[in-house]
Design a protein around this ligand. Structure first.
Ligand SMILES: Cc1ncc(COP(=O)(O)O)c(C=O)c1O
Length: 388
């Protein structure tokens, strides 16, 4: 049978109907499950029979969400976690041991840097950080004990791209577990497993929820690797709640149409910013002016919902523009139906020393926008009146 399309999978892959014949999947708000008899309980516990035991281990809602993500990412298996950070931490904790070495892109989410820089060294695990703009550094960073390589693309907030296939080949040649945080792109725009990723991680809190309601994370990839993460989650407890899984599974049904609009709004907004006198530089992977436009065309199906720009007047002008916005929300989140404006240098990256920040392109005049689902002309007008 012909493989189902992305949207069909996102809408139609769901838990089995109950005897009520409901059309929309119900919420299984239960911490444990019963057995027909003692023998069934023993068989499920022993792994000899299928069935739910306890919602830290499995639940129809979390299983439905995880299996939809696996199908959408085109991988064998997935497991859901309470947040994106849990997905990242679990992946490291489940696969690494003292004496192992990790290679990571330098430009990753701040809390991921904290895990690699502060927590893992306490357990004898070292990390080398690579500047994504210097691809030759990936190979140079490989050591005999390198176990895992970690990156995000597009990067936050500078929207640089990393060549997924290029890095994937290095991982394959050196038997390194290749892990990609695909949060910024979503499986609708980019499927890292097609370029060799062994594990794909999401903060489902962002575009996957898409309406700023719940936290969630997911680890998707090769079955043996996901199983190791599942064993860790089952015993240590960062499982996704059934309610959050139910919300996120519903959200996936609209991911494709939402992302189409986020992307078209972002492209229109970025195109407008390019000709605005208050803007020195616009960064958007869907614009031909992006230095890696060709790579974006290769590994993403559209430029995504995030746009960054550097304003001409530095910190003062960046703050004035933020203060003048009426529609954009001022918050450090992203991936919402509501458009969001952020000043990374004074919020998400305020703890990074100024020289390090500037070296990776996070200037004082950099603004980051998460384009929502409002009428794009209104968003353009909002920026215009704020930047007057
Ligand atoms: C790229 C990326 N990965 C992971 C996370 C962490 O996700 P969560 O907030 O769901 O723990 C974030 C959060 O902002 C993020 O932007």
């Amino acid at each position: 049978m012909k493989e189902l399309g992305f949207e069909t999978k996102a809408v139609r892959l769901q838990s089995q109907q109950t005897h009520q014949k409901e059309h929309s999947v119900p919420l299984y708000l239960t911490s444990s499950f019963t057995f027909d008899d003692a023998a069934e309980g023993a068989a499920i516990f022993a792994g000899e029979a299928e069935g739910n035991l306890y919602s830290r281990f499995s639940n129809p809602n979390t299983d439905e969400f995880a299996s939809k993500i696996a199908a959408l990412e085109g991988v064998e298996s997935a497991v859901a976690t309470a947040s994106g950070m849990n997905a990242i931490f679990t992946t490291f904790a489940a696969h690494l041991k003292a004496g192992d070495h990790v290679i990571s892109a330098q430009a990753i989410f701040g809390n991921s840097t904290y895990i690699l820089n502060t927590i893992l060294p306490q357990w004898g695990i070292e990390c080398t950080f690579v500047d994504a703009r210097e691809p030759e550094q990936w190979e140079k960073a490989v050591r005999p004990n390198t176990k895992l390589l970690y990156l995000e693309t597009p990067t936050n907030p500078t929207l640089d791209l990393i060549d997924l296939e290029f890095v994937g080949n290095i991982c394959k040649a050196n038997d390194i577990i290749y892990v990609v945080d695909n949060c910024f792109a979503t499986p609708y725009l980019q499927r890292p497993a097609e370029f060799g990723a062994d594990i794909v991680i999401h903060s489902a809190t962002k575009w996957i929820d898409g309406q700023g309601r719940v936290l969630g994370g997911v680890i998707a990839g090769k079955k043996a690797l996901v199983d190791t993460c599942y064993g860790f989650i089952r015993r240590t407890g960062p499982s996704m709640s059934p309610f959050n899984a139910w919300v996120l599974s519903k959200s996936l049904e609209t991911l494709a149409v939402r992302m189409d609009r986020h992307c078209s709004n972002a492209l229109a907004f970025a195109t407008f910013l390019e000709s605005h006198p208050a803007v020195e530089r616009v960064i958007y992977p869907g614009l031909q002016s992006h230095p890696q436009y060709e790579l974006a065309q290769k590994q993403m199906s559209a430029g995504g919902g995030m746009v960054s720009c550097v304003v001409t007047g530095g910190l003062e002008q960046a703050r004035n523009i933020l203060n003048g916005l009426n529609i954009f929300s001022l918050t450090a989140n992203l991936g919402d139906a509501r458009s969001i404006a952020t000043h990374p240098a004074s919020t998400t990256h305020s703890k990074t020393p100024k020289d390090v920040r500037e070296a990776v392109g996070i200037e004082d005049g950099l603004l980051r926008f998460s384009l929502g689902l409002e009428t794009v002309e209104d968003l353009i007008e909002d920026f215009s009146q704020a930047a007057k």
